[in-house]
Write a protein that binds this ligand. Structure first.
Ligand code: ZN
Length: 79
């Protein structure tokens, strides 16, 4: 699983909409990929904040911002 795969399924992961196999490979990726862990943490926080304000799903603009955040994290990492 690549970082892009993680991003693609992250919202389903948080909504517990993934099957066990996908969850296992996602969590395995997270063990070896600090940028994705940081991304997940930010994503989850934004998700919770958005949920408190309204029950609306995350706006596309925020998703885009998180993607940029992860891209920056990956650029800065040594991988
Ligand atoms: Zn990753």
């Amino acid at each position: 699983m690549t970082c892009k795969d993680v991003i693609d399924i992250l919202s389903e992961y948080l909504e517990e909409a993934l099957d066990a196999t996908a969850v296992a490979s996602l969590e395995q990726h997270l063990r070896d990929c600090p940028p994705c862990v940081a991304y997940l943490r930010t994503f989850r926080k934004s998700h919770q904040l958005a949920g408190q304000v309204s029950q609306a799903p995350m706006p596309p603009e925020m998703k885009q911002r998180l993607r940029s955040f992860l891209a920056a994290q990956l650029r800065d990492s040594v991988h």
